[in-house]
Ligand binder design. Structure first.
Ligand code: NAI
Length: 334
């Protein structure tokens, strides 16, 4: 099997080469993201390996099919960037990494929450300037506060466990309540109650038609005044323009994001010498109560190792049986 790996960074290459070592696999790497212009590079490859911001829509899949590609392996959990129906029609199998380290993402969400609440990012900058004043750095105890969790799958469950340890009251929204969360004492409620009662809301659901802009102007208006929103799921679960309006009015107290609706043009690259062209994103960066990381929640050594091992396993299973170990099917879109 020959696999062309798109959107490769040095750490991807190292972990994939280590995982593939000793197996009958040929890996080629390109830094380019998959799109209409770069797809022809897959000529001669049996499979392509892609990441969160690679475009795998119907047109690209048709291009890949014509080039002889039979398998798309995602080195991530979310698969919202793949047109699964088109893949099924074309007979291209799709595999993903359903679980690599839910702890990595949950711990990053907690890191964002704590940093933003206790203003650690601002305190760090101040102390280095010799400014030890506390004005503007006040946070709140998480103990006894209400934290709302949207999506209590693998990552949401880890997040609930950590917040339970802090002594927070944890509310959750999920069409499929998780028995382990129920056993912890997590209370499942409808969205309006979660919005109205939570001091902090953390998003851990996938991006689907049902969750696109789940947090829109109406949802934001229902949130407790001054509440914090944390998003480590997918950018488009949140309507960024509505969030900016809520931050400007002061109704939304603070925002921490690791993902952004239009992150494909920004994240995973060093743009420090360039002018940011995305005015919505640039506006977000002007708020003192907004904290942004560039889709790094997954980025731990444990997670990268697991991602590489599962990706190689998906390809080897496809080579042996015609199906990746962790196939994604159209039904999962529902
Ligand atoms: P999972 O599949 O284990 O859990 C997702 C949960 O969301 C399920 O329990 C599901 O029932 C629930 N859900 C589905 N629709 C919902 C809705 N309308 N409202 C509320 N809950 C809903 O997935 P996992 O592993 O926990 O990952 C969650 C998401 O986190 C992924 O889909 C991905 O988008 C994102 N993610 C972000 C990463 C990052 O680096 N920032 C890394 C990995 C995942």
């Amino acid at each position: 099997m020959h696999v062309l790996v798109f959107s490769t960074r040095p750490y991807d290459r190292r972990s994939l080469e280590r995982a593939a070592s000793g197996h009958a696999l040929r890996l080629s790497f390109t830094e380019a993201a998959l799109d209409a212009a770069t797809a022809p590079a897959a000529a001669g490859a049996d499979a392509v390996c892609v990441f969160v911001n690679d475009r795998v829509d119907a047109a690209i899949l048709a291009q890949l099919k014509a080039l002889g590609v039979r398998l798309v392996v995602l080195r991530c959990a979310g698969f919202n960037n793949v047109d699964l129906e088109a893949a099924a029609e074309l007979g291209i199998a799709v595999g993903r990494v359903p679980e690599y380290s839910p702890h990595a993402v949950a711990e990053h969400a907690v890191a964002l929450l704590l940093t933003l609440n206790r203003r650690i990012h601002r305190a760090h900058a101040r102390v280095r300037e010799g400014n030890f004043a506390l004005e503007g750095l006040m946070g709140f105890d998480l103990h006894g506060r209400t934290v709302g969790v949207v999506g209590t799958g693998r990552i949401g469950e880890c997040f609930c466990r950590i917040l339970h340890g802090f002594g927070s009251r944890v509310l959750a929204l999920d069409p499929q309540p998780n028995p382990r969360c129920l056993a912890l004492g997590v209370q499942y409620v409808a969205l309006p109650q979660l919005l109205a009662e939570s001091d902090v809301i953390s998003l851990h659901c996938p991006l689907t038609p049902a969750t696109r802009h789940l947090i829109d102007a109406e949802a934001l208006a229902r949130m407790k005044p001054g509440a914090m929103l944390v998003n480590t799921s997918r950018g488009a679960v949140v309507d960024t323009r509505a969030v900016i309006a809520a931050l400007k009015s002061g109704h939304l107290g603070s925002l921490a994001i690791d993902v952004y609706e239009e992150e494909g043009d920004l994240f995973f690259r060093d743009l420090s010498d360039e002018v940011i062209q995305d005015d919505v994103f640039a506006r977000l960066l002007t708020f003192p109560n907004v904290l942004v990381t560039g889709h790094q929640a997954f980025f731990t050594e444990d997670a990268l190792r697991a991602i590489a091992e599962t990706t190689v396993d998906n390809v080897l299973a496809f080579a042996a049986d015609g199906a990746p170990r962790h196939a994604v099917s159209v039904e999962r879109l529902a």
